[in-house]
Design a protein around this ligand. Structure first.
Ligand code: GLU
Length: 307
């Protein structure tokens, strides 16, 4: 019997196509040139079947969707105590590039905002790694989650780095608080490099299927990260994955998700599937507009969860 999932995905895309609100991000100039008409959605099951509709083989940069995966790498490489001492797990209720540090101690509120993700980059791999080796550990790790050799978009990376004034300011502040112990510029450079890893919607579905499958990538059947790490990363995605719209998502959609400013979005349904979608049209929170419409989010009332 013909599986019903491909027809369902085509239907989802048809529903989303009419929403042409939103626009590609402008703060990384190179991303502003993205084709807003691109639209794709894919599922990868925990058994390793991949289904998709639309532009699922178009490449774009992973951006903030890297954050939960690099967090998982840092937890695996350094242990929970060491990571939790430097990055919290509370929703910030603020934009990704907000300078969010806890009042008394200084650690960034969570690993899904830039201040946390920059710190997390410095915690992947062993403490003695040179910056280039740390980048290799992170990009190699992302490639293991995606089951394909890593490539990066050098033009997007250079464009982001040339405008990374806020991220650099945050990194210097983190360094002054002793949360970052490495050269602030080198860490932001490394973070920007891992944000420029190229992925497709198909790749992202497979990446999302790994946490859905308790840390085992369903394609090679290889355990990428231990189960307690997966639980931690999914919890943080659930509470903080959509920036200042995180609790809207938690209440309206209810699965762990992570967005990226290039227009990608992943979700993980534990024990079942990894979901990925792509549309460069973003809303004011930096989350893809059409994809939210596609999962029945449009029109939801705002709920604040960090008060
Ligand atoms: N590389 C981007 C930045 O740090 C990622 C932001 C995002 O995808 O939300 O600004």
């Amino acid at each position: 019997m013909r599986p019903i999932i491909p027809d369902y995905l085509i239907e989802v895309l048809e529903d989303m196509e009419s929403d042409t609100s939103g626009a590609p991000t402008g703060y990384i100039p190179e991303l502003a040139a993205a084709d807003p008409e691109r639209l794709g959605v894919a599922f990868a099951t925990v058994e390793g079947e991949v289904y998709g509709a639309g532009d699922i083989d178009t490449e774009f940069t992973i951006q903030s969707i890297s954050k939960p995966f690099v967090y998982a790498m840092a937890l695996s490489d350094r242990g929970f105590d060491s990571v939790l001492a430097r990055v919290g797990v509370e929703p910030s209720g603020e934009a990704s590039n907000q300078i969010s540090l806890e009042r008394d101690t200084g650690p960034p509120l969570n690993p899904m905002i830039n201040a946390g993700a920059i710190t997390v980059h410095s915690l992947a791999g062993t403490a003695d790694l040179e910056p280039s080796a740390r980048v290799a550990r992170v990009i190699g790790g992302l490639s293991t989650f995606a089951s394909r050799p890593p490539t990066t978009d050098e033009t997007v990376r250079a464009s982001e780095m040339a405008h990374a004034h806020r991220d650099l300011a945050m990194a210097h502040m983190l360094r002054s608080h002793g949360i970052l112990t490495e050269d602030a510029h080198a860490v932001v450079d490394g973070y920007t490099r891992h944000c420029s890893v190229l992925v497709t919607t198909r790749d992202l579905a497979i990446m999302a299927a790994t946490p859905a499958n308790r840390g085992t990538n369903p394609l090679p059947g290889e355990q990428v990260v231990p189960e307690p790490v997966v639980r931690q990363a999914l919890s943080v995605m659930f509470n903080c994955g959509m920036y200042d719209a995180a609790c809207d998502w938690a209440t309206q959609v209810g699965i762990p998700v992570k967005s990226g400013v290039a227009g990608g979005l992943i979700g993980a349904l534990p024990g079942q599937i990894g979901i990925a979608a792509f549309s460069p049209r973003l809303d004011a929170h930096g989350n893809s507009v059409e994809l939210q419409g596609g999962i029945g989010f449009a029109g939801a009332e705002s709920v604040q969860c960090n008060t």
